[in-house]
Design a protein around this ligand. Structure first.
Ligand code: PGA
Length: 253
């Protein structure tokens, strides 16, 4: 048994508007006030425009604020981009980098992910680094190789001390939004593989780095997934915009 504290992160994606974002944050806060999470750190990754608001609503609670992506540039003429310093200034502690939707729809490469993870760490944000194979890559027997390439590239140049602040999210692309997660055996196998790569990179810090699973985690399957070896939490998409479902997942740790 490790002493890693599980992390449950809600990735709201491009959902909610001002009023619904407020109601969602309030709904989560209220439910967790009645039954505080005993074994989990909880992060709400709200859309950029609502980070300040959600930050205010969770103030004084044990909830943490996160963003869904970040620029690798510190400031300047990058229209539409958001910097690490901006996220810090509104109270973010975490940021998701390399989500598969960013990789596929916004052409983010392994190197971009590394730049973003590095920028986050340099500026004092904890990156939640997403990796995971596509359906075709799995069918071709390349899942392990893809995971290894994405992980090693993202962590290239990150020293052991900073690596402790990283969270790795294993998100098989084919399980995201699919309604059915990867099987327990598939998750356990991928997480063991990730842990062994971390051990080779960071002999001292590997046991402290959390490896969380994402892809169709919901209130009904969370307990089983979170009990698997080497699964230190979950990155939750669809079920994170339903306060009741999200809190049930948090309580499943
Ligand atoms: P999902 O999304 O829970 O809706 O499958 C997970 C994610 O994209 O992080």
């Amino acid at each position: 048994m490790s002493n890693r504290i599980s992390l449950i992160a809600g990735n709201w994606k491009m959902n909610t508007e001002l009023a619904t974002a407020r109601a969602l944050a309030d709904g989560i806060v209220e439910r967790l006030r009645e039954a505080p999470p005993k074994h989990a750190e909880v992060v709400l990754c709200a859309p950029f425009p609502f980070l300040g608001l959600v930050g205010e609503r969770i103030e004084g609670t044990k909830l943490h604020l996160g963003a869904q992506t970040v620029s690798e540039e510190p400031s300047g003429a990058f229209t539409g981009e958001v910097s690490v310093a901006m996220l810090k200034s509104v109270g973010c502690e975490y940021v998701i980098v390399g989500h598969s939707e960013r990789r596929t729809m916004f052409a983010e490469s392994d190197r971009d992910v590394r730049e973003k993870a590095n920028a986050a760490l340099d500026g004092g944000l904890k990156p939640i680094i997403c990796i995971g194979e596509t359906k075709i890559e799995r069918e071709d027997g390349r899942a392990e190789a893809v995971i290894e390439r994405q992980l090693r590239t993202a962590l290239d140049g990150i020293y052991e001390f900073s690596a402790r602040s990283c969270v790795i999210a294993y998100e098989p692309v084919w399980a995201i939004g699919a309604g059915t997660p990867a099987t327990g055996a598939q998750i356990a196998e991928a997480h063991a593989h990730i842990r062994s790569i971390l051990q080779s990179l960071y002999p001292e810090a590997a046991e402290e780095i959390r490896v969380i699973y994402g892809g169709s985690v919901n209130a009904a399957n969370a307990r089983e997934i979170l009990a698997l070896d080497n699964v230190d939490g979950a990155l939750v998409g669809g079920a994170s915009i339903d306060a009741e479902a999200f809190v049930t997942i948090v309580q499943s740790v």
